[in-house]
Design a protein around this ligand. Structure first.
Ligand SMILES: [Zn+2]
Length: 143
């Protein structure tokens, strides 16, 4: 039993109470050129683990300022074989993509700085497991 198991249970419980599964992350077409992606890489930020294993506490500023922006609690976890992401900010609500999720994705995939919890196995993945497919918009999962 890992010391994180309680947090994983709490996360799974919170997700189970939802109507419908948490959304699967689909990367927007040409996301590497999006302003969210750029902001994620250049703006000042703080990322910390949340009170459960599925969420991160994210504070992200802007490219041209030292101020840190609003705090967002961002879902970023693996469940049912897919990467799930969700943010409370307006950009996410309208576009299903935002700088906060971009920041977590970048820190995970490019920098290996954060671990993503697999809620089905309690494992923490510091890089993308070979079986995990993160689709880009319009892309079909390979068979
Ligand atoms: Zn956001």
């Amino acid at each position: 039993m890992s010391s994180d198991s309680h947090a994983v249970d709490a996360a799974r419980e919170a997700i189970d109470k939802r109507v419908g599964a948490p959304p699967r992350l689909v990367l927007p077409e040409k996301f590497e050129f999006s302003s969210s992606w750029r902001r994620a890489q250049v703006a000042p930020h703080e990322v910390g683990p949340s009170r459960d294993a599925a969420h991160f506490d994210v504070v992200l500023g802007y490219e041209d300022g030292d101020d840190l922006g609003d705090h967002h609690r961002v879902l970023f976890a693996i469940e049912n074989g897919a990467l799930r992401a969700e943010c409370s900010c307006k950009a996410w609500t309208y576009r299903d993509w935002c700088a906060h999720v971009a920041l977590l994705y970048w820190k995970w995939r490019a920098l290996n700085e954060i671990g993503v919890t697999n809620l089905d196995t309690d494992e923490t993945h510091h890089s993308r497991p070979y079986w995990l497919f993160v689709p880009a918009e319009g892309e079909e999962e390979p068979l």
